[in-house]
Write a protein that binds this ligand. Sequence first.
Ligand SMILES: Cc1cc2nc3c(=O)[nH]c(=O)nc-3n(C[C@H](O)[C@H](O)[C@H](O)COP(=O)(O)OP(=O)(O)OC[C@H]3O[C@@H](n4cnc5c(N)ncnc54)[C@H](O)[C@@H]3O)c2cc1C
Length: 386
Amino acid sequence: MNNHTAEVLIIGAGIIGASVAYHLAVRGCTDVLILEKADVPITGSTAFSAGGVRHQFAREVNIRLSKYSIERLKNFSEEIGGHADLRQTGYLFLINDEDTWAQYQEQARLQRMLGVRVELLEPRDALEYVPGIRLDDIVGATFGAEDGFCDPYGIASGYLKRARELGVHVALSTPVTGAQLNNDHLLAVETPDGLVSGGFVVNACGAWSGQVASLFGIDLPVQPVRRNAYMTECFPKFPDPIPLTFDVDTGFWMRKEQDSLLFGMANPTEPPGVNLNVDWEWLPEVLDAGIDRFPLLEEARLAKKQCWAGLYEISPDHKPILGRHPELPNYLHASGFSGHGVMHSPAAGMLIAEEILDGRAHSINIDELRITRFRNIAVQNETNVF
Ligand SMILES: Cc1cc2nc3c(=O)[nH]c(=O)nc-3n(C[C@H](O)[C@H](O)[C@H](O)COP(=O)(O)OP(=O)(O)OC[C@H]3O[C@@H](n4cnc5c(N)ncnc54)[C@H](O)[C@@H]3O)c2cc1C
């Protein structure tokens, strides 16, 4: 590590740290150093993401983060030079109870008001998108044509490469292990190579951000929670593409990954913790839910070696935690994306750059995302999460 001081220190070289670095550098703030504990960048959750992007959220702020970010991903190659590989193959939500259907119709009104293309479908219309769905209990479906999926590694490495070209440095094998504070000012971070001082410090450590925040004396409510992604062998019975399709009742989801099918379902009893082993005991529950809704799936064969597990970085209300820490204003939060950090990475990078360079994020109002919200009694949860 050559630099022991920088105007901005970013902890974590995942998609969020890379996006923050790029957005600072492109605005002329190039004295930026990323500190990464691993010996190569992009080995955290970003490398294990399913890459889904969607506008269909319940909270306005999440819809705005998605709208801005997906627009930027469309022009990623021209703007940044990397490959976002955005495929707008849609997201289809299948709903089987009237109360949830009423909520989804309400959400669709909000999404449309914000300029999102979302359709309300009669149950039988869903068959146009995915063959063989069991529809007897489905009361409605929503389809977002501009949703889809992207290449998380391509985006993160694109941001990182461009940031480096603009002058950003990356120190690998450099875990942040402590902090030096002076009352309400952060002076330096500790690493095995010595102290590194920075005017600003951004915590972009994803699933580890709570642990890293505690080094600064900050109680950040972000927990690592394992999520599994299972893959079938080549399975042409579902055409390519199908939309990323959710059975809302169970949370079972699937999409095509080339000729194969990628699928999963969150285990509500999964305890917080760092566990990267695929949960094979959970698989029968996932398959039961999947085959019950999509009977064709019974004919698919599991590609055991292609399955994986990674970590979500879950906040209490499933929304990111962004912006300056009130009692330590030169320390910034950029984590807690709760499984949506890839799709929101362009907006997150831009907003954190605004917090640092303009004093406050202004392109999107992030007051609902500041850590201070947890001091209020009535926190507004994002409900459309799995
Ligand atoms: C199975 C799965 C499916 C997912 N699907 C989607 C999806 O469809 N769409 C979507 O948008 N998101 C999805 N996600 C979530 C997405 O992957 C994350 O929200 C996103 O990658 C978070 O990026 P990050 O940069 O904050 O974290 P990371 O990529 O984890 O990067 C954090 C970095 O911080 C480093 N670090 C940690 N501690 C320290 C330290 N002390 N010092 C220095 N460095 C440190 C780590 O080594 C790591 O490189 C999924 C996640 C999983 C696991």
